[in-house]
Design a protein around this ligand. Structure first.
Ligand SMILES: C[S@@+](CC[C@H](N)C(=O)[O-])C[C@H]1O[C@@H](n2cnc3c(N)ncnc32)[C@H](O)[C@@H]1O
Length: 358
């Protein structure tokens, strides 16, 4: 099944020379999906417009846009103004509108990957977003699940952390971080999407979330210069609640609200993210190239737009191109500037991660 259709970049050759990595669209494949000629013309024009902007180097997630959005949120405004890809400003309420108050309890920032901006479902070819906005506000509901006490979280973390520190994955990660050649001194770790610790899901705590937070502390210890200043650790996940914040603060991890995590990244930051529900890789590629990343392996080349076969816990499954944190030509271009080493993870705490260092 063709999930992402890539209209040809050549249509723009007479207008603007592509800068940097470009999206390669395949119009022919798309045309076979849309029988109605009028619809086809509209969809094609819309896709070509988005692709032309992307290929001209226009960021989907400009740092200034996120800084401005953060300022508006911090000012306590009831609504925020966000520019779309055509620099047209839309106002969004941060209060849940009455029309969706039965299904949503809070706002969240929506980030649309280049795949989402150009995605056409073969069965719903007319359902393409009319006005592309890579950053927007939507409304969501976090399930009301039972919660552990601070003491329970502390106890579970202590147990799982000591188990983690004895694991082969942890030993290997320390060895890899220690031995990888890097031109950058890491001073900060910013983590995305590691999940909640306090909430009990399906009757149990999420071991992978505990391990991933323990791994932040492991990385900080390994990367800390001898006798030098401590590595600052930050974590962003909108699902954290007051209990998570209290616990993480107590172990030296500062919780930041979306989009502050992205704005914390600088050249001496290590970005750590594991299967986030937002396109962290594409946002980071636009906002700031960090000193290092440990995140889901980037599949360079043709694989970025195809279904891929993956292995998890010994079982094969298909990963579609419309995933929450997909690669893109810009992400592929960025990681080419880094040394890379797949993270050896026999215990399968993280899935398929790779360490990238400058
Ligand atoms: C599939 S879960 C992965 C959780 C954990 N890393 C794991 O491997 O079990 C995706 C996580 O991304 C988080 N997330 C969603 N939006 C985010 C955002 N804007 N910034 C950071 N994390 C986000 C979700 O709350 C959720 O905890």
């Amino acid at each position: 099944m063709a999930s992402i259709q890539y209209p040809s970049a050549s249509v723009d050759a007479d207008r603007e020379a592509p800068r940097g990595p470009v999206v390669d669209f395949m119009v022919e494949e798309l045309e076979t999906l849309i029988e109605d000629a009028e619809t086809w013309v509209k969809v094609k024009a819309r896709l070509e417009h988005v692709v032309r902007l992307y290929n001209s180097g226009k960021p989907l997630f400009p740092r200034v846009l996120l800084e401005d959005l953060n300022r508006q949120i911090e000012a306590g405004q009831e609504s925020v103004r966000i520019d779309d890809l055509d620099d047209v400003t839309t106002s969004y309420s941060l209060l849940v509108p009455a029309s969706c108050s039965d299904i949503a309890s809070t706002y969240c920032i929506g980030y649309a990957s280049i795949q989402l901006m150009t995605y056409i479902h073969p069965s719903f070819t007319t359902m393409i977003v009319p006005d592309p906005s890579p950053v927007s506000i939507s409304y969501t509901h976090y399930p009301n699940v039972p919660e552990s006490t601070l003491e329970e979280v502390r106890g579970a973390f202590g147990q799982i952390r000591s188990h983690w520190e004895r694991s082969e994955t942890c030993q290997k990660l320390q060895g890899q971080l220690f031995s990888m050649e890097s031109s950058t001194q890491i001073r900060k770790i910013v983590a995305f999407g590691l999940g909640t610790l306090a909430k009990v899901q399906k009757g149990r705590l999420s071991t992978s979330s505990y391990v991933q937070h323990a791994a932040i502390k492991t990385m900080a210890t390994v990367l800390s210069p001898d006798g030098g200043e401590e590595i600052q650790c930050y974590a962003q996940d909108p699902w954290y609640d007051a209990m998570d914040v209290a616990f993480l603060t107590s172990i030296g991890i500062t919780v930041v609200n979306d989009p502050k995590g992205f704005l914390e990244i600088d050249e001496s930051t290590l970005v750590f993210s594991v299967c986030p529900n937002v396109p962290v890789k594409q946002i980071v590629a636009d906002v700031q190239w960090p000193g290092a990343m440990i995140w889901n392996t980037v599949c360079e080349g043709e694989e970025t737009k195809q279904w891929r076969k993956r292995l998890s816990s010994g079982e094969e499954f298909w990963l579609g191109p419309l995933i929450t944190d997909p690669d893109s030509p810009r992400v592929c271009d960025m990681v080419r500037h880094y040394n890379k080493m797949p993270l050896y993870d026999p215990e399968d705490y993280f899935g398929d991660l790779t360490i990238y260092v400058k």
